[in-house]
Design a protein around this ligand. Sequence first.
Ligand SMILES: [Zn+2]
Length: 60
Amino acid sequence: MLETEVYDCPYCGEAVEAILDLSGGDQTYIEDCPVCCRPITFVLQIHDGEWMLEVRSENE
Ligand SMILES: [Zn+2]
């Protein structure tokens, strides 16, 4: 199951769309921002059909 979510890059502040694979359960992964190319940490948490995405910069 794929969902899309728009987040603000913690570095450059640009709104970027992420594609999330909810079938994988809770996950933490790093992807480079397509705008400023800096590594963003994504924390995806799924609980009782609700999901939440948190984005962090490398230093947080
Ligand atoms: Zn960025």
